[in-house]
Each structure stands twice: as structure tokens, then as C-alpha cells.
Design a binder for this molecule. Structure first.
Ligand code: ADP
Length: 395
């Protein structure tokens, strides 16, 4: 059988990220982004092999953009596309793993939309469009939340009245599950351990950031909660704050719930603390020249990350290693160094040269002799979604 091709699609409210994954190739034959959909500036950028192209599609919606993307994917796959994998942010408690899309799955995604009002409706538009354009291709949904459905109640329940959980789904779900699952499997391979008999702390540090405790290939706890706002300091998100902050700002500044939500999601995190940028690269450079806001943002980011990892350790029976991934985790030796300094009690120590070397997609172990493993693992959510899609096609 020749190597199969899966198109992986991630539909946002005004964008579609896509990648063609070939099971035998490490790079994507085709990848791209459609953005500003629904506006006069709608555009698709893609790279096919070494060639980069742009197509302007004024006013195009998801359906029109997918009408352009799908033939591109068929061409890149030599006319042999085996299926489509959709990233879906929220599967609520309905989905514990990837699913072949049928009416009941669509209904489950719709029901979970209350919990992800910006994301799930956009995913449904993408699914409807690809199903109408390619009715005969198998389509699979892979949920960001599914990996964390193995958390025990003592990790996922909030200490609020029971009816809020039972009747309204108020609990911790966690996100970035596809990434934590992928990197923990890779880390186990790199360490020569069976993933079913291994225990990891994982830090996914991108624009959104989360930690996870993974035991024998299962999530036991994670830092994000009902929504992706809980937990760590992120690019523009605050992470944990006092839950009374809403009422305090209402009383003192007269802010509405919407104003507080916007502030916590869009104006906080690295951006809010530094007053400079949400981007760790910019902040790392500014730290070198002693910018006080950048230094503070960097210090709070690393301290809070270390504190979360130390908390996650409660979910582990033993520890095989600490994994760093995501744009910051894969590239910032400074963040890794500072974070690990706060975790001395666990015996962690880095090898400075190995830490400096592991950037720009280079995976490797970076601990000093005698320290538990610390591993940099580039994440690859697209490949994991393609693998899940292929596994369902094989089943
Ligand atoms: P997303 O969550 O949108 O997928 P990424 O995983 O690409 O985001 O991570 C984006 C973050 O990674 C940004 O804060 C960016 O500054 C950071 N980053 C990328 N390269 C570096 C680097 N060399 N040093 C520090 N931070 C970096």
C-alpha cells in the first residue's frame, strides 16, 4: 500500500489553517492559511513543496475558501487523499477520543458549543463545507479536550455547588490535549521507555500555555480548566487570578463582565505585565537591555510555570522527565533555564550547552548529569491529528 495522505483542517471564526500530512514524509507536502474570511481582504497563503503562493478572494467565506483548498490538497496528494482530520477545540464530556464524523458527532460538537462559543461553531462550518464538497471522503474530528477526559474527579471538579457541574457542565476540561499526547509519546520513544509505563510533566508554551501530568499515556491533570484562560501566564491571557477580580472591578471601576473578560483574555499575560509585547522573542530581547516590564513579565511567566509544574507533580506516582514544547518551550533556552532553577527541589538541573543547542525544531535531552530528564520535543498537532484519522480508517 502506498503512503496515505490526510488533509488536516483547523477552522477558526475567520481563518482556516490546513496541512497535508503524508504518513511516510516528515515535512508537509502542502500547508497554508486562509485568513480574514468574510471580509474584503480574504486571502489564502500556501506553500506547495518549495513554492509559496497567495490567492486573494475578496468576500470569501469558509465554504468558498475550502472550495479552493480541497483541489489543492487533492493535487498535492496526487489525487489520492484518504481522509480529512478536523481539529475541534471542545468535545465536552461527549468525546474521549477521535471520532469518525456522523450526525451524532456533529450534534455532540454543537452541544459543546456553549463551552467554546468562538471555536466550535467555526469547526462546524468547516465540517459542513468539506462534507458537502467531498461527501465520499471519511472525515474525523480530533478534540483538544479528549485526552484530558482521563482526569480523576478530584482533578477536574471545581469546589462549587454540584448542580453547576451536573446540570451545566461546570468542571475543568483542559486543552492542548493533542499536543501533550503527541510530545509525551515522542519523549517516551526518545527515552527508550514504553509510553504505557512512563510518567511525565509536560509544558506546552505557545501563545496559549498549559502544563499536564501524564501517567502511562493518560492525562491525570492539566492547568487549563473550563476555558483556556485558567492556569499559566500566556501571551495575552492572565491565567489564574483571584475569582473575585470580576466583582472588585465592577465595584471599583464599574466594568461590565464583557470588559473584564476582554481584559483577561486579550490585554493581560505577557502583554499586560510587560506593557510591551505578547511575544516572548521581543521580550527576551528587551530583557537583555534591562526593560523593567519585560524582565517582570519573564520572571512571572517562569515562576508561575514552575509553580504549576510542581503542583502537577502531585498527580504522578514517579517521574521520568519534564517536557518542553510549543514555540516558547522549543526555542527559549532562557525560559527553560529560569523555570528549572525554580524546580531545584525536584533535583532538576540543565546542561547549559545542550539547552542552548535545542532550538528551531531540534529535539533532545538537556539535563545535566544526575538530574531527572528534561526533554525538548517539537510538537506536531497536525501529524497527531492525521495519525488519529488514519487509525480510525484502519479500525
Ligand atoms: P501558537 O500557540 O499560536 O501555535 P507558537 O507555538 O508558535 O504559538 O508559539 C508562539 C510563541 O513562541 C511566541 O511567544 C513567540 O515569541 C515564541 N517564540 C518563538 N520563537 C522563539 C524564540 N526563539 N525565543 C523565544 N520565544 C520564541
Amino acid at each position: 500500500m502506498s503512503a496515505r495522505n490526510i488533509l488536516v483542517i483547523n477552522c477558526g471564526s475567520s481563518s482556516i489553517k490546513f496541512a497535508l500530512v503524508n504518513e511516510a514524509q516528515t515535512t508537509f507536502p502542502l500547508q497554508g492559511l486562509a485568513e480574514r474570511l468574510g471580509s474584503p481582504e480574504a486571502v489564502i497563503h500556501w506553500q506547495f513543496g518549495d513554492v509559496k503562493e497567495t490567492l486573494s478572494l475578496p468576500g470569501a467565506d469558509h465554504q468558498v475558501a475550502l472550495g479552493e483548498i480541497l483541489p489543492l490538497a487533492q493535487e498535492a496528494a496526487g489525487g489520492r487523499l484518504s481522509g480529512i482530520g478536523h481539529r475541534v477545540v471542545h468535545g465536552g464530556e461527549h468525546f474521549t477520543d477521535a471520532r469518525l464524523i456522523d450526525e451524532s458527532v456533529i450534534e455532540g460538537i454543537r452541544t459543546s458549543a456553549q463551552l467554546a462559543p468562538l471555536h466550535n461553531p467555526a469547526h462546524l462550518i468547516g465540517i459542513a463545507a468539506t462534507m458537502s464538497l467531498f461527501p465520499d471522503l471519511p472525515q474525523v474530528s480530533v478534540f483538544d479536550t479528549a485526552f484530558h477526559q482521563t482526569m480523576p474527579p478530584h482533578a477536574y471538579r471545581y469546589a462549587v455547588p454540584e448542580f453547576l457541574y451536573k446540570e451545566h457542565g461546570v468542571r475543568r476540561y483542559g486543552f492542548h490535549g493533542t499536543s501533550h499526547r503527541y510530545v509525551s509519546k515522542r519523549a517516551a520513544e526518545m527515552a527508550g521507555l514504553p509510553v504505557e509505563d512512563s510518567a511525565w510533566l509536560s509544558a506546552h508554551l505557545g501563545n496559549g500555555c498549559s502544563t499536564c501530568a501524564i501517567v502511562n499515556g493518560e492525562s491525570r491533570d492539566t492547568s487549563m480548566g473550563l476555558t483556556p484562560l485558567e492556569g499559566l501566564v500566556m501571551g495575552t491571557r492572565s491565567g489564574d487570578v483571584d475569582p473575585n477580580l470580576h466583582s472588585y472591578l465592577e465595584r471599583t471601576l464599574g466594568w461590565t463582565i464583557e470588559q473584564v473578560d476582554r481584559m483577561l483574555n486579550n490585554d493581560s499575560g505577557l502583554k499586560g505585565l510587560s506593557g510591551l509585547s505578547n511575544d516572548m522573542r521581543t521580550l527576551s530581547e528587551a530583557c537583555l537591555s534591562g526593560h523593567p516590564g519585560a524582565v517582570l513579565a519573564f520572571e512571572v511567566f517562569c515562576y508561575r510555570l514552575a509553580k504549576s509544574l510542581a503542583g502537577m507533580a502531585c498527580a504522578l506516582p514517579r517521574l521520568n522527565g519534564l517536557i518542553f514544547t510549543g514555540g516558547i518551550g522549543e526555542n527559549s533556552a532562557a525560559v527553560r533555564e529560569r523555570t528549572v532553577e525554580h524546580l531545584k527541589l525536584f533535583g532538576f538541573q540543565l546542561d547549559a550547552e545542550a539547552n542552548a543547542r535545542c532550538t528551531r525544531g531540534l529535539a533532545g535531552e538537556i539535563q545535566a548529569a544526575g538530574s531527572p530528564r528534561v526533554i525538548v520535543v517539537p510538537t506536531n498537532e497536525e501529524r497527531q491529528i492525521a495519525l488519529d484519522t488514519l487509525a480510525l480508517l484502519d479500525a
